[in-house]
Design a protein. Structure first.
Length: 98
């Protein structure tokens, strides 16, 4: 089985393209797709956090797996260059699955 040649890819931004900063990503999964909700988390007080969501993106399971692979590759490269990324253990708890 031969692998077809890679096509030339032209990247073009749509008129409504925008870039934003997110420090919160929520993931909802069902049998058909993954839904990523991006937002900014703001500490309101010692016990209160507010997340303002600004963008939701649906991905197919195949695209989610491809994203996982490229993120893993880039995180490993980042850590090899700058050192281990430490995560707050309080943020590692799993949330509800929708």
């Amino acid at each position: 089985m031969t692998i077809p040649a890679q096509p030339n890819i032209k990247m073009v931004n749509s008129p409504d393209y925008r870039e934003s900063y997110a420090n919160s990503v929520q993931i909802r999964v069902n049998v058909w797709d993954f839904f990523l909700v991006f937002g900014t988390l703001q500490q309101q007080s010692e016990t209160q956090v507010e997340v303002q969501n600004f963008q939701g993106i649906y991905l197919s399971p195949q695209q989610a797996k491809a994203l996982l692979a490229i993120l893993q590759h880039n995180v490993v490269g980042y850590e090899n260059t700058f050192g281990e990324i430490k995560l707050d253990p309080r943020m590692m708890t799993g949330g509800p699955i929708h």
